[in-house]
Ligand binder design. Structure first.
Ligand code: ADP
Ligand code: MG
Length: 603
């Protein structure tokens, strides 16, 4: 029988990654072009429009910040202009002190102080979510507003105007400076979005549990998002101080922060070009209203309506435009790899049915335990979801964890991976006691898990997700080989365009690339077709040898369990019915009794 060898890493694969050099150069090209456009505009625009354009640039930087905390990290922050006020206040203070360095240095200082304030405001976000977080941030904005009205900006009582840099003293030149600042901020955000931080923001927005299970601290993800966002707010405020030269509290009210937030949602501000678009709207709408002799406060109403539209349709304007562009590409990139899987699966299906555990290395049954579970007990109120569960998993082995619905399998995974800290008993990973360690710590120690529900953040590309979960340097070859091995879409495909079943394969691939000692898969085949199911089984069987990882596989399909798992543990009503080598467990009278009717098991 000709075997298609779909699992061989040597299989020639489509070039999956663009050359990194090209990827890293084009943002600078775009930035240089933007500076050029700014230079031209600053020379041709009439004075009044130059002033408006500065305002648009400032708003764009503030919105870019909101794009980080709200667009990427999914948290509501209604105090962006308070951070701007902090930036402006610092610039004003440095100005009256005649602090060394001049305006640009003061701007950076303002950003840093605003960033620290962002971390402080972000602390409640570690506990609060949604409306509660919105209330806290709005409350902070209101308190800061009252304070600012009281204390005013340094020097404003004496009308000491803020010194612009000598090179950028008039409005036209200051506009050019603001464009340069915008480009620098845009580049920083662009590379941060593609860094580990950026991936952690998008991950935490989608699932905190998924984030922690990837070995990423949820707290760090949220606080860095707040810090970066607030720092950008601070830059915006500092620039505003330079623009108006006599800043007033009225420029930083909570109502304006609210409107800016709505604009950020509406424009889809985690995309940098859309933040710029939002900045333009911020200036354009009130300006048009003014020309049409409509009170400018109606601008808030317009932003509000557009924001409601974006929230109810679930798609921002920017994301809508991007989707139109991306859809075509994704169909092209995702297509090739996915179709390869079922086509190969026919032969494998045959192979799996005829394979028994006899072909598995007997050493896998007797190796040193990588996981020891001792008297694990979990109670949900009166319900004992796990009752005195004890068993061990040998190094680089595969343990099947089976049992009917509600037997406690997912509860077991949660307890082992640190999501249910209040359990009785002990859990040891390679002899190390895990009790008291957070999910993040356990993941970093080499205990990885996947989830029964989809926890793969859709905003990332496959490659970015792999790098995020793996937490180590991966070569393009590592990534290509592993993706090909699992039959996943190429690295540049967006996860949002990948179907849920395939996303689960990507989840497994990423967890494996982390190089864990133990990987727990909670129903990894859910959502896969029968053929894909069999192909996955064949791949799972190879994992211990290929990657040196031990597996615990939770699975309903007994065919798959039998062909893949040399070791079995059967849970029933939270207790261990049997554990050990597969043939012994399947011959156990208690197991046979519990599985009565599952004649297949007895065959
Ligand atoms: P399995 O994954 O084997 O289907 P689970 O571990 O999900 O089973 O559930 C085991 C038992 O614990 C079930 O009776 C379930 O209803 C209960 N359970 C699970 N999670 C909770 C929870 N957070 N609160 C209360 N009961 C729970
Ligand atoms: Mg379950």
């Amino acid at each position: 029988m000709p075997h298609a060898e779909p699992l061989s890493p040597a299989r020639p694969s489509v070039p999956l990654l663009q050359k990194p050099v090209v990827r890293n150069v084009w943002p600078f090209v775009v930035g240089a072009l933007a500076i050029l456009v700014g230079l031209v505009l600053s020379n041709v625009l009439p004075g009044y429009f130059v002033y408006l354009a500065i305002s648009a640039v400032i708003a764009a930087i503030a919105i870019m910040g909101l794009g980080v905390v709200t667009g990427s990290a999914g948290m509501i922050a209604l105090c962006q202009l308070t951070f701007a006020a902090i930036g402006a206040w610092m610039v004003a203070l440095m100005n009256i002190w005649h602090a060394p360095g001049g305006f640009v240095v003061w701007l950076v200082l303002g950003a840093l102080v605003a960033g620290v304030a962002g971390i402080l405001v972000g602390l409640p976000a570690l506990r609060l979510r949604g409306v509660n977080l919105a209330v806290v941030t709005l409350g902070f904005a209101a308190a800061a507003d009252v304070t600012l009205v009281q204390i005013q900006f340094p020097g404003s009582a004496d009308a000491i105007s803020i010194d612009r840099p000598a090179m950028f003293s008039n409005d036209k030149k200051f506009f050019f400076l603001s464009i340069i600042v915008l480009v620098v901020c845009g580049l920083i955000v662009f590379f941060l979005q593609r860094s580990r931080w950026g991936a952690s923001w998008k991950a935490v927005a989608f699932s905190e549990r998924g984030t922690a299970a990837a070995g990423q601290s949820v707290q760090a993800a949220k606080l860095t998002a707040f810090a970066v966002s607030a720092a950008l707010g601070g830059v915006a405020g500092g620039l505003l101080a330079g623009q108006v030269q006599l800043p007033f509290a009225a420029s930083f009210t909570p109502l304006q922060s609210l409107a800016l937030y709505v604009l950020a949602i509406m424009s889809g501000a985690h995309l940098i070009d859309m933040a710029v678009f939002g900045g333009i709207l911020w200036v354009l709408v009130p300006e048009l209203l003014k020309r049409w002799h409509i009170p400018q406060d109606w601008g808030f109403v317009i932003f509000g309506v557009l924001g409601v539209q974006a929230l109810t349709s679930g798609t921002s304007l920017g994301q809508g435009i991007r989707n139109l562009i991306w859809k075509r590409q994704d169909r092209r990139t995702a297509g090739a790899a996915l179709t390869a899987l079922p086509a190969d699966a026919g032969d494998e299906a045959e192979e799996i049915r005829t394979t028994t555990t006899a072909t598995l290395d007997p050493a896998l049954l007797t190796g040193e335990p990588v996981l020891s579970v001792e008297h694990l007990t979990v109670e949900f109120g009166a319900l004992k979801a796990l009752d005195d569960v004890s068993f061990t998993v040998p190094e680089a082995s595969i343990m099947g964890l089976i049992g009917p619905n509600g037997a406690g399998k997912s509860t077991f995974v949660d307890a082992i991976s640190g999501f249910l800290p209040k359990h009785g008993g002990r859990v040891l990973l390679g002899g190390r006691d895990l009790v008291g360690l957070s999910p993040t710590r356990r993941a970093r120690l080499g205990l990885r898990r996947t989830f029964q529900q989809d926890r793969v953040p859709p905003l990332l590309t496959v490659g970015a997700y792999l790098r995020f979960v793996a937490r180590r340097r991966l070569s393009a070859t590592d990534i290509e080989e592993t993706l090909a091995f699992f039959g996943c879409p190429p690295a540049r495909a967006r996860l949002s365009s990948v179907d849920v079943g395939t996303r689960r394969l990507v989840e497994v691939a990423a967890a494996v690339l982390a190089g864990p000692r133990l990987l727990i898969l909670d129903e990894p085949a859910a959502g896969l077709s029968h053929d894909e199911h069999l192909a996955l089984a064949a791949r799972l069987r190879e994992l211990p040898e290929r990657y040196g990882v031990a597996l615990i596989i939770i699975e309903h399909d007994l065919d798959l369990v039998r062909s893949v798992c040399p070791m079995l543990t059967v849970l029933n009503f939270g207790t261990v019915l049997a554990t050990g080598p597969q043939d012994e467990v399947l011959a156990n009278p208690d197991v046979i009794k519990a599985y009565m009717g599952e004649t297949e098991l007895l065959s």
